[in-house]
Design a protein around this ligand. Sequence first.
Ligand SMILES: [Zn+2]
Length: 393
Amino acid sequence: MADNYTVIARRYRPTTFEEVVGQEHIATTLQNAIRDNRVGHAYIFTGSRGVGKTSMARIFARALNCEKGPTPEPCGACEICRASIEGTDPDIVEIDAASHNSVDDIRQLREGIRYAPLRARFKVYILDEAHRVTASAFDAFLKTLEEPPPHVKFIFATTEPGKLPETIHSRCQRFDFRRVTTADVVKRLRQICQRESAQADDAALAMVARAGRGSMRDAQSLLDQAIAFSGGTLTAERVQELVGTLPREALLEIFDRVRARELGPVLRALDASVSGGRDPADFMDDLVEHARALMLLRAAGRDAGLVDEAPDTLERLVAQAESYSVDELAGAVSLLSDVKRRLRDASDPRIVAEVALVKLTRLADLATIEDLVRRLEGAGGGVRPAARQAAAP
Ligand SMILES: [Zn+2]
């Protein structure tokens, strides 16, 4: 890899509102605010990591300051736009609150705020990880937020809005960023692969996207590693070696075997995973996630939109979900997630995992027993309550 290699996540960072994947609701609202001249002075951008908060903040700042603006479509070509894209614009101040959160830091910030922007219309302050600002530092901030100079805009980006003081919330407009769907991530990864001249099959990209768990940035970092690791041709097998998550195909197979109560293949899948250097807890993680998807599909149906998968995969998941009862799946999820928790500090996690798999293949039996008990209770319904009453003191 060359010294000047720039990671994919940075090279393919969105530079226009349209390019921020999965956050159209926010892009449109911000663009409308600019168009209608109703831009507020302080915003909170919340959402999990890697969903586009900081990118959106930068694009918004550019839209406000573009030489042809304020405009819903920053030109990307003027001096201010270009400096902003390169991260060198003096009027767009990005502060990582994780490391600059003291009262002194905020005091310095307040000093800077008093001065007019150097060349643009606005000074835009983007505070990343804003929840890391200390309470006393926030206090120092409040005065500024109450009477902000007209040339200043604030954007607080945070993964934990609950940790921002109420006094900050009440002075800001809040935008909630969504997790990016697997389909949207896959679409973007495919574009990137094309531009990088990398070959990738659909299953491989779906695995990378799934491993990113709703974070575009994490998925792109993984893609970067996967391309380097596989020499430019990504297959599901290679990606699995890298990220470790079981392919959906393997999970479908495991749950078919569970359904058929064939313990052998299920235990062998665990063995293969552990032999490959994976933690049994990670294996259990994949199983929990799969069982949960089945449970949601079985309980709420595919139209509820609770499971985020490509249509053909979704169809197979629905078919598998229907081979189980809701009770069985709920039982599987609670069994597996319970075991997953205990695995983290078990002295021999592999044995704990094996016992869990044995129980998993017997869940159907347990459900049958429950059913039997319920039916017996139902049959003796007239007798039981009386017996209980008699037993009471
Ligand atoms: Zn411009």
